[in-house]
Design a protein around this ligand. Structure first.
Ligand code: NAG
Ligand code: NAG
Ligand code: NAG
Ligand code: NAG
Ligand code: NAG
Ligand code: NAG
Ligand code: NAG
Ligand code: NAG
Ligand code: NAG
Ligand code: NAG
Ligand code: NAG
Ligand code: NAG
Length: 551
């Protein structure tokens, strides 16, 4: 049997030129001349030397420049049109610099460039339409995001880009309709990011023809109207975000289930109404569902239990109603965040939630839940942020005893519940080792400031306002070294204000700011003891207009 011979391929090609051409060198030096700040390039880019050896330049075996890679070089100045003349250049990466001026048409219309990344610069002006003399572009990746481009997005250019795979035009100032004609000409078009612009008009139905489209992001624009039925024909979609636009209409039961590949769906802050369709249960890969700040209503579909990949369900600020127990959460073992803040849910916390052992954020505040907490909440070992504020839960003694042994809890907000109950005074309330925020405000609780508070050494924020607490402010308060936000206003506390309180280090720092993103809860340092019967001097009861609401 004859063995294949490789010896021929090892013979060096004698036709190799030894250096890049003078012409290529000239094009690159033009670019250098256009820079007002070259990040030290000039030291390497010397006319007397082979430009294939210059920093950031890659050549092929014919000594043609194939790549200019000058990302994050601190470059300032203009992008020279001469770069478009480098006949063999496939990749141009000038991202993360401070280049300004326009993006020359010569560069976009290069008949070689496959990948053009000029993201994170200060380029401005309008992108022009390509002249009709240019038949087609090899461009696959076009990243112009995070610049200052304005005007309408060129339309005809994309008809010439049959190989386009990814276009990122996010974080600019484009206006007019979203471009949508890519997919007609570019069958492999996969990523479209138009977020953070001023695109308006409807979501174009042409996007439905994008059979390979996986990522569609157009959040933070002025897009209006209903979602076109055709959009749901883009069945490869994995990531769909149109949040923060002015859409209307509902999610159609017969459409959403076509997007079987969806992993991430964000239609928050769009104005959508109606129910979550039952067919959502067919989205088996769905990990994140964001529908917050809409006008959506009705009961949650029972089928939600089938979306077993879900890690995040955010439905806050809608008009959802009904018993949450309609949904069996026990199969949602990946769930980490459940945010139902400000809806109209009723009933008790469903027992099935206590099977979601990775649950980290549980926010049920401002609803109509009632009942006592179940011991099984202790199964949620990862629980770190829990807010039950503004419901009708009862038996605070029970609630605190159950939660105290959940070691990971950082924030516990349970105010506006437990009406007219008594603050538990139990000295044995050990636990809450990591608690940083405790909110038990607006409960009309009676009793004293309990001694167990003195054990919460990590506590940063304490909200106990609008209760009926009596007795003095105990002097142990100064053992809580991390405390910087204290609101015990509107109680019936008596006695002298302990001087120890005033000297607490954190309260000295008025500017201390602390942010708990999960609960949209941020606060500056505060000490509010107003509306009590205390005597003594309050040096500076920090007047803070931005009081934390704790929900
Ligand atoms: C580079 O050197 C060549 C030959 O010495 C010369 O003709 C050319 O003008 C130089 N280019 C620049 C930009 O200095
Ligand atoms: C351009 O360079 C940056 C920084 O190295 C990199 O993150 C980016 O992926 C590159 N762009 C392309 C299209 O490869
Ligand atoms: C620009 O976008 C392309 C395509 O999505 C991507 O490969 C590249 O990493 C992005 N560049 C930067 C600097 O993120
Ligand atoms: C587009 O670019 C921005 C940065 O400007 C980046 O944050 C975003 O992830 C990119 N989009 C995609 C889909 O890669
Ligand atoms: C949608 O936006 C377009 C363009 O701004 C505008 O002409 C049209 O009136 C808007 N339609 C609705 C229903 O608001
Ligand atoms: C786009 O898809 C629709 C069907 O959704 C089809 O009627 C139309 O012809 C397609 N357009 C092009 C240009 O392929
Ligand atoms: C909550 O439900 C009640 C009836 O149970 C209804 O009267 C009320 O309007 C609903 N509130 C909201 C905000 O949907
Ligand atoms: C919980 O999270 C851990 C760590 O991320 C992971 O290994 C585990 O599989 C998750 N458990 C479930 C039930 O999803
Ligand atoms: C709260 O629950 C109690 C019984 O546990 C009931 O008497 C009361 O009416 C409820 N309050 C509200 C506002 O629903
Ligand atoms: C409240 O909870 C405590 C501790 O779990 C329990 O002993 C008590 O019976 C409960 N009170 C009511 C009224 O259910
Ligand atoms: C708590 O009570 C105060 C005084 O009645 C009120 O202004 C505030 O809105 C209440 N906060 C909540 C979260 O209900
Ligand atoms: C003090 O709290 C009570 C409820 O306990 C409330 O009715 C009242 O409006 C509050 N006063 C102030 C000044 O917030």
């Amino acid at each position: 049997m004859a063995m294949p011979s490789f010896s021929l391929a090892l013979v060096p090609l004698l036709s190799l030129s030894s250096a890049c051409t003078e012409q290529e060198k000239t094009f690159l030096l033009h670019f250098l001349t256009g820079l007002s700040q070259d990040g030290g390039l000039a030291a390497s880019w010397q006319n007397g030397t082979d430009c294939c050896t210059w920093e950031g330049i890659t050549c092929n075996e014919n000594r043609d420049v194939t790549e200019v890679y000058l990302a994050s070089r601190g470059l300032e100045g203009h992008v020279s049109p001469s770069l478009g003349s480098l006949k063999g250049m496939l990749r141009l990466n000038l991202s993360i610099n401070s280049l300004s001026g326009s993006l020359p048409l010569e560069v976009i219309s290069s008949t070689n460039i496959v990948s053009l990344d000029i993201s994170f610069n200060h380029l401005s002006g309008e992108l022009q339409e390509l002249p009709s003399s240019i038949p087609r572009l090899p461009l696959q990746v076009f990243n112009i995001s995070s610049n200052l481009f304005t005007g309408l997005f060129p339309k005809t250019t994309w008809g010439k880009s049959r190989n386009l795979v990814a276009l990122n035009a996010s974080n600019n100032r484009f206006i007019g309709w979203m471009p949508s004609s890519f997919c007609i000409s570019a069958p492999s078009f996969t990523v479209l990011d138009l977020s953070n612009n001023q695109f308006s008009g409807h979501v174009p139905s042409g996007l439905g023809n994008c059979s390979a489209l996986k990522v569609l992001k157009a959040e933070y624009n002025n897009i209006n109207g209903t979602l076109p039925d055709e959009l749901f024909d883009a069945t490869s979609l994995e990531y769909l975000s149109l949040s923060n636009n002015q859409l209307e209409g509902t999610l159609d039961d017969a459409h959403i289930n076509k997007l079987r590949n969806l992993i991430f769906l964000n239609l928050a802050m769009t104005g959508l109404s109606g129910k979550i369709p039952e067919s959502i249960g067919q989205l088996k890969r769905l990990e994140e569902l964001h529908l917050e700040h809409n006008n959506m209503s009705g009961e949650l579909p029972r089928s939600l239990r089938k979306c077993t990949s879900l890690t995040t369900i955010n439905l806050r600020r809608n008009k959802f109603q009904g018993e949450l127990a309609n949904v069996n959460f026990s199969a949602l073992s990946n769930l980490r965040t459940l945010d139902l803040y400000s809806n109209n849910f009723t009933g008790t916390i469903p027992e099935s939630i206590y099977s979601c052992s990775n649950l980290t954020v549980l926010r049920l505040s401002v609803n109509k839940f009632h009942g006592q907490l179940s011991k099984r909440i202790g199964n949620l070992k990862s629980l770190a942020y829990i807010s039950l504020t503004h419901n009708n839960f009862t038996n605070i003694t029970n609630a605190l005893h159950i939660l105290k042994s959940s070691r990971n809890i950082k924030a516990l907000l349970i105010g506006v519940n437990f009406r007219h109950e008594v603050m538990p005074q139990d000295e044995n309330m050990y636990g809450f080792e990591n608690l940083q925020v405790l909110g038990i405000h607006n409960c009309t609780l009676s009793g004293k400031l309990p001694i167990w508070l003195s054990k919460l050494t990590q506590l940063k924020m304490l909200l106990l306002s609008n209760n009926r607490l009596t007795g003095p402010i105990p002097s142990w308060i100064n053992t809580l070294h991390s405390l910087f936000y204290v609101d015990i206003s509107n109680n019936t506390l008596t006695g002298e204000i302990p001087t120890a309180l005033m000297n607490m280090p954190m309260l000295q720092k008025e500017k201390a700011y602390w942010d708990m993103k999960y609960f949209e809860l941020g606060a500056l340092a505060l000490l509010d003891l107003s509306f009590n019967n205390l005597s003594g001097e309050i040096p500076h009861s920090t007047g803070n207009l931005n009081k934390a609401h704790g929900s």
